[in-house]
Design a protein around this ligand. Structure first.
Ligand code: 3HC
Length: 325
């Protein structure tokens, strides 16, 4: 049932109810789980929040890989805290999705068998320590660019989850910038590693915002419902405008030779990522898709005994309470 729910927002709702719902959205009211909502609104939110939650969880893998190899105790403690935060973000978001009647188990199963997506960025490898700095700075930086406006999204539980998540994500981006700055100011070999990380992760970071506006399937309806506040291209441009001066501050070369300030537009011009690569990655053909899903499937299978034990305990407790009444 939920497999169908996450696929399309096309629904046939009562036109009068739809108009009243749209008027609430237009007036800036928050929609709460027990309020009437069009089926398409519910489906879109389950798809987007579920995908967002999965991204937080899968996103632990490339960074978790470096916890044991962090260069200092301080960096290790920071990275450990960051990766734990991402798990927490996943849990807030699964809770927000659950308010719409889908369970965390159902969402997880759809991730594990490929029916639901997670952010394309986590299908790229983290090859060395400079990548960890670049991920914190660029990936969490891109995530924040998207998530700050989502604090004003129309669905109450999602917007409230985003407020807390954004506070933590900004710490994540700062620690990433600090780590890459240290590399950029280090030995020539360290600076080269920092440059290489930025070169490799720049275009995948731009892909995080989704396809260009002309190819975005959901943006128009999602923006009318204020599920999304900005288009994919608007956010991508904001990210480029914010990040280019940071790259220059670090003394690194720009990863895209076409980046140039455009006085007339008041923005940087830049090149689009290779969209054919993006579509391949989200189809499951990126460099790490197979490994990421294998790791999540293994964690799910290995954790079965914990879930079974907790469920058995809960059932036993309920039966004892029932008998005592
Ligand atoms: N990765 C994977 N799939 C993507 C994608 C990406 N970067 N960008 C778009 N897609 C998919 C969409 O899900 C959609 O496929 P579907 O119909 O099968 O779901 C298709 O490409 C077309 O894209 P649209 O632009 O029409 O889709 P959306 O309107 O959903 O926009 C989005 C995509 C901008 C990513 C939007 O869903 C969104 O804002 N999501 C919430 C934010 C989020 O998910 N962030 C994850 C970032 S990582 C993170 O937060 C972890 C942190 O620790 C760094």
């Amino acid at each position: 049932m939920y497999a169908q729910m996450v696929q399309s927002e096309a629904t046939q709702d009562d036109p009068e109810k739809l108009a009243a719902f749209q008027a609430r959205i237009d007036a800036g009211e928050k929609i709460e789980p027990k309020d009437w909502m069009p089926e398409g609104y519910r489906k879109t939110l389950i798809r987007q929040i579920g995908q967002h939650a999965h991204s937080e969880i899968v996103g632990q893998l490339p960074e978790g890989n470096w916890i044991t190899r962090a260069p200092t105790l301080e960096r290790k403690a920071i990275l450990l805290a960051k990766v734990q935060d991402e798990a927490g973000h996943g849990l807030y978001l699964y809770c927000a999705a659950e308010t719409m009647g889908v369970s965390r188990d159902e969402l997880t199963e759809m991730l594990l068998d490929g029916r639901m997506k997670y952010s394309s960025i986590f299908n790229y490898p983290t090859l060395n320590w400079a990548d960890i700095g670049a991920v914190g700075w660029l990936v969490d930086g891109a995530a924040i660019m998207n998530q700050v406006p989502l604090q004003r999204t129309s669905f109450g539980p999602y917007s409230r989850a985003m407020i807390r998540i954004c506070k933590e994500e900004s710490f994540h981006a700062r620690q990433g910038f600090d780590a890459i700055r240290k590399m950029a100011e280090g030995t020539p070999a360290q600076k080269k590693m920092a440059q290489d990380a930025v070169n490799r992760l720049w275009f995948p970071a731009l892909m995080m915002f989704g396809p260009s506006d002309k190819d975005s399937v959901h943006s128009a309806q999602s923006m009318a419902w204020k599920i999304k506040i900005n288009t994919n291209d608007e956010l991508r441009q904001k990210f480029v405008d914010q990040t280019v001066p940071q790259i220059e501050f670090l003394g690194l070369d720009l990863p895209d030779p076409t980046i140039k300030w455009n006085e007339e537009r008041g923005h940087y011009d830049y090149s689009d990522p290779d969209w054919s690569e993006f579509f391949e990655v989200i189809k499951g053909n990126g460099p790490c898709n197979v490994d990421r899903l294998a790791a999540r499937n293994k964690a799910w299978d290995d954790g079965a005994w914990v879930r079974d034990g907790l469920l058995a305990h809960a059932k036993k407790k309920a039966a004892r309470q029932h008998a005592a009444e």
